[in-house]
Design a protein around this ligand. Structure first.
Ligand code: BGC
Length: 797
């Protein structure tokens, strides 16, 4: 059925209406123009389930949405390395969107995991752009197969939560094109998302909403994106400039404040009305693509999707260690189950992605389906010691034949809105593990959490099953795996370092957050660890199975410009299983600096016991290319490339060389660090890969402006302190009046509200923060309270 708005020429709309179409009607909806046949669209968060809230909404997941299936988060799904499965999950979310009248689901998120402490890593797929891009494209295809739209986010370089609304990211061209953009590019090319969401932050000094280079030059002109660009919620900086850059829709709506700015710009000749028209055409196309859906929604949708969520969680879990075949456990016996997280499960993250699940299965419920369970929490969810709980758990473990301990990141550890403070699990959980270390032979661990953790304690157990944030059926899935009803097949989509200090950016991540130079260039995750030859706890791509796999018969054949790689994988163990075979390309050209190897293809093969299967992976020229800043495009350096096929980035089973034609390899004239990776890169090193740029000092009294936040200004003026206090109290009202930074939702909301740049606060506060008041607060923080007050009164008069 054709979309309702199809064929509505934008010339039938008045300028006023065209401009109004580009700014939301409410928190989640766009404006309708019934006379012109244009209906309102509803946009709602994803990405691991729907968070439809109806009219009154918030973008931080505070108020519950309508019940929806909570699937494993993106970080978990990525560990399945299963494109088909991710497309199925996408389709299920699309169907729930149809069911709830949602037109656009806000996901997937493909920001790279630059550093493990980014608070929102659980919402992103991987530290690898190829894996992220392929899975994102699959998710988009799945959702859009129901006629529902998607929003690929957050474009671009939103790789930290601290100061995410204003930080100025500085990144060199090679890292930008080889590491940070490819996931978006693949998702656009192979998924064709209906919208792309621009990020809050600045890139090279320009806010993403106003960034013509990103939104038009790269997204539309280079990648051929044909959809609409929507702002992240409150990310609009300067709407007339944003039109020129290629932004189409400002969300949420703000009662027309910015409509007037746009109309003034058009009248003054600063903005050509044709630019608005082009944008309107894109919005009408969005309406056409996402309305008039004609898909059947099964009556037992939630039951089916719960089962899919369980299967997805099974596929996403990773067996990181299994000494002496400790797992699987025998069903039908008696198990001591320790850990508060076993009974009070953590299965998703906090923030805008938070889903109100249709049901939840805890690990305790799941294990109870297979064995008699004796439970002891062993620790509290707040990280405080509790000797009585600990003793009770140790006593129980000492008497048990099989002990399952559930540990991991608690709610306060990771969330949208702020970054993690460290990479450890809570100390009271480590205390429990250490107290039962002498029982290691009978202990297996179930680890939960949405991002990498230090695991010095894994020796306290024989086996480690990492289920991540496994969604509402996570407890059932973990039990299926613990008792061998299913065989683990997940593999790490991010490296688990030994300690946080080993991460290349650990010394400077989050230190001067108002400006964020990516000193390490493209050396993130295994690109750094493998190139620097640094030991890690668990390498990228690692994951065990209850069976074993052998690799053989590698053949590498040139077919025109492509390179065809074939090999055989054999299930050599005693049970059925699935193996994720990974193909890395390792350049031997001796030219430009680059990682020692990069993932360029992968496949997941389900093999019955004893079965052999051939796989063919085709590499096009992009698999060998780098970005040449002088050419402004991809180039392939001529020479030898090693093709590596293996079970992880550190478990390469097959190797062969191939000669590739291209440009003469050239050693780059850059600081040694980018070749040797010895020590830490410095700002001076960075200036050999990035052009000089104005270094911003942290804003302080005298330099605050409308990009500054109340949080930054509160120590510089009494007026700002009062406003900060007022914000704190207002937030506290939602929490029974309690100011509690240990409550993850309180903390998230405080960071999100108090660290909002003043210009965004003006638009997001429903008229409470007026432009005049914002100006006054900035003046007062700059030490000009009286002058500001005078101006405030005069502007009022
Ligand atoms: C988040 C987005 C989300 C939006 C709407 C923002 O704060 O960054 O990912 O889609 O809110 O809830």
């Amino acid at each position: 059925m054709p979309g309702i708005a199809e064929g509505v020429p934008c010339t039938r709309l008045l300028l006023e209406d065209k401009v109004a179409l580009g700014s939301g009607a409410s928190f989640w909806t766009t404006r309708a123009f019934p006379a012109a046949g244009i209906p309102s669209l509803t946009l709602t968060d994803g990405p691991h389930g729907l968070r439809a809230q109806g009219e009154s909404g918030d973008h931080l997941g505070l108020a519950d949405g309508t019940a929806a299936t909570c699937f494993p988060t993106a970080s978990a799904l990525a560990s399945s390395w299963d494109v088909g499965l991710v497309a199925e999950v996408g389709r299920a979310i699309g169907l729930e969107a149809v069911d709830q009248g949602v037109h656009v689901v806000l996901g997937p998120g493909v920001n790279m995991k630059r550093n493990p402490l980014c608070g929102r890593n659980f919402e992103y797929f991987s530290e690898d752009p190829l894996l992220s891009g392929k899975l994102a494209a699959a998710w988009i295809r799945g959702v859009q197969s129901t006629g529902t739209g998607t929003s690929l986010k957050h474009f671009a370089l939103n790789n930290q939560e601290l100061k995410r609304m204003s930080t100025d990211v500085r990144v060199d061209e090679r890292a930008l094109h080889e590491y940070y953009l490819p996931a978006f590019e693949i998702a656009v090319e192979e998924g064709d998302p209906t919208t792309v969401m621009c990020a809050y932050n600045r890139v090279e000094g320009v806010y993403c909403s106003d960034n013509r280079r990103l939104l038009t030059g790269i997204l539309r002109e280079r990648w051929g994106f044909r959809g609409a660009v929507v702002t992240d919620w409150g990310a609009m900086n300067d709407r007339p400039a944003a039109y020129l850059a290629g932004t189409d829709l400002e969300m949420p709506g703000n009662g027309g404040v910015t409509d007037a700015e746009v109309r003034r710009a058009v009248t003054a000749g600063l903005l050509d009305e044709r630019v608005v028209d082009e944008s309107v055409e894109r919005l009408l196309a969005l309406v056409a693509r996402t309305t008039g859906r004609d898909v059947e929604v099964p009556a037992d949708l939630h039951d089916r999707h719960h089962e899919l969520a369980r299967r997805a969680a099974v596929e996403s879990a990773m067996l990181l260690k299994n000494d002496g075949g400790a797992l699987p456990l025998q069903p039908g016996g008696r198990v001591a189950l320790l850990g508060a997280l076993a009974g009070e499960p953590r299965y998703q993250g906090t923030g805008s992605s938070r889903v109100n699940p249709t049901r939840v299965v805890s690990l305790r419920d799941g294990v109870g389906e297979y064995a008699a369970v004796d439970c002891a929490p062993g620790y509290r969810l707040v990280d405080e010691p509790d000797a009585a709980l600990l003793d009770e758990a140790v006593r129980l473990a000492e008497q048990a034949e099989a002990v399952v301990v559930c540990v991991g990141l608690t709610e306060i550890s990771e969330s949208e809105g702020f970054d993690r403070e460290h990479m450890r699990i809570p100390a009271n959980q480590v205390a429990l593990l250490e107290s039962i270390a002498h029982l290691a032979e009978r202990v297996v661990l179930v680890v939960v959490g949405g991002s990498a953790v230090e695991m010095p304690w894994q020796d306290c157990a024989s086996a480690v099953l990492h289920v991540q944030l496994a969604g509402q059926a996570g407890g059932a899935a973990a039990a299926d795996l613990l008792f061998g009803a299913a065989n683990p097949s997940g593999k790490l989509a991010e490296t688990y370092p030994l300690v946080y200090d080993d991460v290349v950016s650990s010394g400077y991540f989050g230190v001067d957050p108002h400006q964020t130079p990516y000193l390490e260039s493209m050396y993130c995750g295994y690109r750094y660890f493998d190139s620097a030859d640094k030991p890690v706890r668990h390498p990228f791509g690692h994951g065990l199975s209850y069976t074993t796999f052998a690799y053989s018969d590698l053949r590498v054949v040139r077919r025109g410009d492509d390179v065809e790689v074939t090999f055989t994988v054999t299930n050599t163990g005693g049970c059925d299983g699935a193996e994720v075979a990974q193909l890395y390309v390792a350049p031997r050209t001796g030219g430009a600096y680059r990682p020692v190897q990069e993932l360029k293809a992968f496949t997941k093969l389900a093999l019955t016991a004893g079965e052999s299967r051939g796989a063919t992976l085709t590499l096009d020229r992009r698999a060998f290319a780098i970005h040449d800043p002088e050419v402004g495009d991809r180039v392939v350096e001529a020479g030898t490339y090693e093709i590596r096929v293996g079970a992880s980035s550190r478990d390469i089973r097959l190797r062969a060389e191939v000669q590739v034609e291209g440009t003469q390899p050239r050693r780059s004239r850059v600081a040694d660090w980018y070749y040797t990776l010895t020590g830490t890169p410095t700002p001076e090193d960075f200036l050999t890969v990035h052009a000089p740029y104005p270094v911003l000092d942290a804003p302080r009294k005298g330099t605050f402006d409308l990009d500054s936040s109340i949080l930054e200004m509160k120590d510089s003026s009494l007026a700002c302190r009062v406003v900060h206090f007022a914000v704190e109290r207002t937030v506290a009202k939602r929490f029974g009046g309690k100011v509690d930074y240990d409550d993850v939702r309180f903390k998230m909301l405080m960071y999100s509200a108090a660290d909002l740049p003043m210009r965004a606060m003006v638009r997001m506060s429903d008229g409470v923060m007026t432009p005049r008041l914002a100006r006054f607060l900035v003046d007062s923080a700059n030490g000009h309270t009286l002058r500001g007050l005078w101006a405030l009164l005069r502007r009022r008069a």
